[in-house]
Design a binder for this molecule. Sequence first.
Ligand code: PGA
Length: 251
Amino acid sequence: MRQQIVAGNWKMNQTLEEGIELTRLILEKIDKPKGLVVIAPPLTHLKEIGKMLKVRKHFHLGAQNCHQEEKGAYTGEVSANMLASVGCEFVIIGHSERRQYFKEKNDVLAAKVNVVLSKGMRPIFCCGEPLHIREVDTHVGYVAKQLKASLFHLNEADFRKVVIAYEPIWAIGTGRTASSQQAQEMHHAIRVLIAKKYGKGVADSTSILYGGSCNAQNAAELLSQPDVDGGLIGGASLKADDFAVIVAAMK
Ligand code: PGA
């Protein structure tokens, strides 16, 4: 059985004090999750929140991004090594907001995936199509291109460490969720693609998360799909009660 994972992407929300309180509530409300729970707070909170998560089984610290270079004169950036040094185990790579607002392209994302893996962490690699692509029914090919360009250079051992998050851009923060059938169709297509490249064994053990307006109301339906192995949660990860319901929806 592949790993079930629910990851909370806080984005640019919460002061440190608020983040500590939110983490306290999350830890209080979630007792024994069936899979892994990843919390990805803002950079400034990693160390403190990491300390809180460390003492609890199944909880892991994640970052929302990192720079592709090892180190150097990149003012304002953070390296994978720095993230590992404060206890991060996961790094979200290629979120559509990074692609859109920070112009991150597939080749840069491939370099980020490499540096994250080289520091012993696991990338949560985001893919997903914009609305106009969905409307002309070329979404499977679009996502395949993203995966091929940024992940398929990896050897099998490294690929096995990658978590994939399918996040249709038209569903992120919009309240418009993909239907469970749409999610299942894409997750299945991604698994077929992985099987073609790395074999069925690898495809069957790759965790593919759904993201995009996943919330306490729709999580059970989405996460019950056979190829949906958890969720990458934005807005609803900022409410401890809702996040706990989503975590409880893991298979
Ligand atoms: P959302 O964000 O749950 O607020 O739609 C998901 C994400 O961006 O990872």
